[in-house]
Write a protein that binds this ligand. Structure first.
Ligand SMILES: Nc1ncnc2c1ncn2[C@@H]1O[C@H](COP(=O)(O)OP(=O)(O)OP(=O)(O)O)[C@@H](O)[C@H]1O
Length: 932
């Protein structure tokens, strides 16, 4: 039992347990008496090493490694005893010492290093570690290396003092208390090292190990950090792609887009700051909540109310029974008042009424689609998005201008209205927003209407539609709200949709609200701009939010941090979206701009003297710009032509009117020149006509503008007349036709033809005509036949029968010349002439000749007329039914000739015609004797 055991009174079987080891150690002690220093002993025992060997020795038993692995570098033994064991040459050992003395000059040794590759390595490449092989020669043996000493020997072999300390710690027996480490050297000596408890100073890294057995040196695990970075990158890419899509949708030119892309560094190289600086402010400051909206509250509320009507069918929430409005609740004293209030409803009242209406059988609102309309850039799309989100929907947006094919449109509508996202946060019912619906083709609108009017398939089953058809049409009734957005509500394709949609016209944004928002944006971006300047910007852009914000960003990027009215007035950006309708353009042409009140802090450079000139030039520029951006020159010119004479002019000399007509002629010639020569570069002069009209006719009063119809009317009339003339020309006998052309007919013949066929005939019975008159009549008939003129009996709306002259009736301008009575007289005369038997034979022959010349059609028509009008000749009977005969005195005075009345027409002085029926209008008793 040694001191240790004595001290602690511990008895153990250590002696027995480690008998072999103790025996060996005793032997060793015998060989080396205790007077020999440990260092000497070590010197003798230790085998000198080369540098490489020293490194290798960290893991492998020294003697073995040297012998087995590096035979060529074996060092000579230091003493004879060792020599027998490990035959290492002495010189080599010196070499090794030299090699280990990095940087230490040894004047004795001039042997160059055998391996320059090893020794000449730069200091930073040299390995560093501390390994004391010989305490006697620390300088020669101290090696600096980076390698970790894992054996634990280094601590023991540092210095004599350290060695002593180490020996204190290294015990030959395992310590009774505390943890220890067993170390066995190459010679088989085993020692036990006390383990010192110093966790407090250097915490055990194992304590930080995480679930993946990694060292938890980071506050946040590396996997989480990686995920965060990946997520951030993904977010950036998504944001960037959204921004680019919006840019492309808003119609920015590809060059600008490319510039933007390079600026914003889409590839992700750029930093976050750079990304945010290149981001469009319209996106950056895009409203996120209902309260951020700039549109008027009534519109916002109406859309929200309409969307809330869908709650019953979409979310299954029952609609609250609404209390009757106050005006309805109060009993009206008389029915008249009620009727009046029904008759005169404001627009907002009507809108409210629609929103109060009952739901349909599927519990959907009456109007299945809301149609938002208004000028661009007022925030319609933004409003729809925010309201839909606010009402708990997942917004699905499609652009009708992009998805123009009908099938694609159908697919998109079905996908959005019938499917539901099953992933993540979007597990909400969809609300479909169709943007730019005014750009959709009619087929797409029809598909939308068919979707709105779909009936439940169950109804089909009930009504006995066959199963095959049902399978084909497996479409269900629409159960999701659809919001459509357009700029122009009056596009023809939208007409059917307008009747089935809840219409919401988007009013202009209030300039004060917009200016307030702009002030907020400028403040946040470090720009200085007073309210007057911002109001001027709003006015310039027609309260277009997008234009205003984009203009501010444009100026900011140009380095303009302080904004004044002058710079706002001078820039020509922000006007891109201005495309006014025809009526507003006409109005601006015929109306002088209102005098603007000078704002506080307004343009100080707009001097009084300059004002008139500047105003005129500005007005001219404004009209030129307005007309150029509108582009509908033809319609615009027609409007000017139709309306300019209605303007209030102080022009007693009519000089302005003449000047205007000159301008119109000039434009007409210009147009002709462009169309004939296809010289479209001349189109640049079109806008000068409206500018000239503005200077000639603009007044302060609001003009009443009518839509121009005269051109269309004139055009259709011309077409009609041309057709009539062509028909007339084709029916004229070829002998005559060969001598007349269309222009000759129009200019020379037709204008005189009515005079020709209006001979001055007395309005008496043709029987009474003189020979000259009769001849005139026959000539008239000839002319009419040759020029294919005829009388057609027409019935007026009042039920009267009239005769119209064909084809003059179609050439309306000529028709008025003929009085109805005259026509009737001619017609009667014409018929009677054909009937009469007293017409001379030669005349009859002539007539038949002429008839032969006429076309068959015409002949047939005439024959029909004659057939209808010829009175059948019947024998005249007296009151008692006896045949009567009248004696007429002959012209020659011979008298006694008996003729039937019917045959006597034309030969007697007296004749009568019996009209059937009775009239009480004029009654007079006439005796037979008076007639005789
Ligand atoms: N209250 C607001 N504050 C800031 N920016 C807004 C606001 N409202 C709209 N904007 C921005 O104005 C831009 C135009 O809005 P939006 O696209 O909704 O207009 P729009 O009337 O639908 O135009 P268009 O008819 O051209 O589609 C958007 O980029 C939007 O971010």
């Amino acid at each position: 039992m040694d001191e240790y055991d004595e001290m602690y009174g511990i008895e153990d079987d250590f002696e027995q347990q480690f008998a072999d080891e103790l025996e060996v150690m005793a032997e060793m002690d015998r060989e080396h008496p205790p007077g020999v220093k440990v260092s000497e002993f070590r010197n003798k025992k230790q085998i000198p090493q080369t540098f490489e060997e020293a490194i290798v020795s960290g893991d492998v038993p020294l003697g073995k490694s040297v012998n087995n692995q590096r035979p060529e570098s074996i060092s000579p033994p230091v003493c004879e005893e060792e020599e027998s064991l490990t035959p290492k040459p002495k010189k080599r050992r010196q070499d090794a010492v030299k090699k280990l003395q990095f940087g230490v000059e040894n004047s004795d040794d001039i042997t160059p290093p055998s391996s320059p590759e090893v020794y000449d390595r730069p200091a930073r490449d040299r390995p560093e570690f501390s390994l004391s092989l010989s305490p006697d020669r620390p300088a020669a043996t101290k090696i600096t290396t980076n390698l970790l000493d894992i054996s634990g020997l280094a601590a023991l072999q540092e210095s004599p003092r350290q060695v002593t300390t180490a020996r204190r710690h290294a015990q030959k027996r395992p310590p009774a208390i505390g943890d220890f480490i067993t170390v066995t050297d190459s010679m088989g000596n085993r020692v036990y090292l006390n383990k010192k408890e110093d966790e407090e100073k250097t915490p055990d890294p194992r304590a930080f190990r995480n679930s993946l057995n990694g060292l938890g040196l980071l506050a946040v695990p590396i996997e989480v950090l990686k995920e965060q970075i990946a997520e951030r990158r993904h977010r950036q890419v998504v944001e960037e792609s959204q921004r680019l899509t919006e840019l492309m949708n808003s119609g920015i030119s590809p060059e600008l887009l490319a510039e933007e892309q390079t600026d914003s560094g889409v590839d992700g190289d750029s930093g976050e700051d750079e990304g945010s600086s290149s981001r469009l402010w319209v996106d950056q400051f895009s409203p996120q909540h209902y309260t951020d909206l700039l549109s008027d509250d009534f519109t916002n509320r109406c859309l929200l109310k309409w969307l809330k009507l869908w709650d019953t069918v979409v979310f299954g929430r029952e609609r609250k029974p609404r209390s009757a409005p106050a005006d309805v609740r109060t009993n009206f004293t008389n029915a008249q008042n009620q009727n009046q209030s029904q008759r005169f409803k404001t627009k907002s009242q009507m809108t409210e009424e629609i929103l109060e209406a009952e739901l349909d059988q599927y519990k959907r609102p009456k109007f299945k689609v809301a149609l938002l309309s208004g000028p661009p850039g007022l925030g319609k799309t933004t409003l729809a998005h925010i309201i839909a989100k606010h009402a708990g929907y997942n917004v699905v947006e499609i652009n009708a201008s992009d998805d123009r094919s009908a099938e694609l449109f159908q697919k998109r509508i079905d996908t959005a209205t019938q499917m539901k996202s099953v992933l993540g946060a979007n597990e909400k019912p969809n609300c479909l927003i169709i943007d730019e619906i005014d750009g959709a083709p009619a087929a797409a609108i029809n598909i939308l209407l068919a979707t709105l009017n779909r009936k439940d398939s169950k109804e089909g089953e009930e009504s006995g539609v066959n199963a095959l058809k049902k399978k084909k049409k497996k479409q269900s009734v629409l159960l999701r709200p659809i919001i459509c957005i357009c700029n122009d509500l009056y596009v023809p394709a939208l007409r059917p949709l307008r009747q089935q949609a809840f219409l919401l016209a988007f009013p202009q944004t209030l300039p004060s609200r917009l200016a307030q928002r702009l002030a907020e944006i400028t403040r946040r971006q470090g720009m200085k701009a007073d309210t007057g300047t911002l109001m001027a910007l709003c006015e310039k852009t027609d309260n277009d939010i997008r234009s205003c914000i984009n203009t501010l960003q444009f100026l900011h990027r140009r380095g303009q941090k302080h904004l004044d009215q002058r710079s706002v007035n001078s820039i020509s950006v922000g006007l891109k979206d201005q495309n006014k309708g025809l009526f507003s353009v006409w109005q601006e042409i015929f109306q002088l701009p209102r005098l603007k009140r000078k704002r506080i802090g307004g343009d100080p450079f707009g001097g009084f003297d300059e004002a008139g000139l500047k105003d005129g030039t500005q007005r001219l520029q404004h009209i030129l710009h307005l007309v150029s951006s509108n582009g509908e020159h033809e319609k615009l010119t027609q409007g000017l032509y139709d309306n300019f004479l209605n303007m209030k002019l102080k022009d007693p000399g009519m000089l302005g009117v003449c000047s205007g007509l000159d301008w119109l002629c000039f434009t007409d010639l210009l147009n002709e020149c462009i169309l004939h020569g296809q010289n479209y570069s001349l189109m640049r002069y079109f806008p000068f006509l409206p500018a000239a009209f503005h200077h000639l006719y603009a007044a302060n009063s609001v003009p009443r503008i009518n839509y121009p119809h005269s051109h269309y009317e004139a055009f259709t009339k011309t077409q009609h007349t041309k057709n009539a003339l062509l028909a007339m020309l084709n029916e004229i006998p070829p002998a005559v036709q060969s001598r007349i052309s269309m222009s000759c007919l129009c200019l020379d013949i037709l204008s005189l033809l009515l005079e020709l066929i209006s001979p001055k005939l007395r309005p008496v019975n043709p029987q009474l005509y003189s020979t000259r008159e009769k001849q005139q009549l026959y000539d008239l008939i000839d002319t009419m036949i040759n020029y294919n003129l005829t009388y057609r009996q027409d019935r007026t709306p009042e039920g009267q029968y009239t005769y119209v002259l064909e084809p003059f009736v179609r050439l309306q301008s000529y028709q008025s010349k003929l009085s109805e009575s005259c026509i009737m007289f001619f017609y009667d005369a014409f018929v009677l002439c054909i009937q009469t038997e007293t017409v001379k034979k030669d005349q009859e022959e002539k007539k038949t000749e002429v008839k032969k010349q006429t076309s068959r059609n015409h002949q047939q028509r005439l024959e029909n007329i004659v057939k209808q009008t010829v009175v059948e000749s019947r024998p005249e009977l007296d009151f008692f039914g006896r045949l009567i005969s009248l004696l007429f005195a002959g012209e020659d005075g011979k008298g006694g000739g008996v003729v039937h009345i019917g045959k006597a027409v034309g030969n007697s002085d007296v004749w009568f015609r019996f009209n059937e029926g009775v009239s009480n209008a004029v009654r007079r008793n006439v005796y037979i004797r008076e007639l005789l």
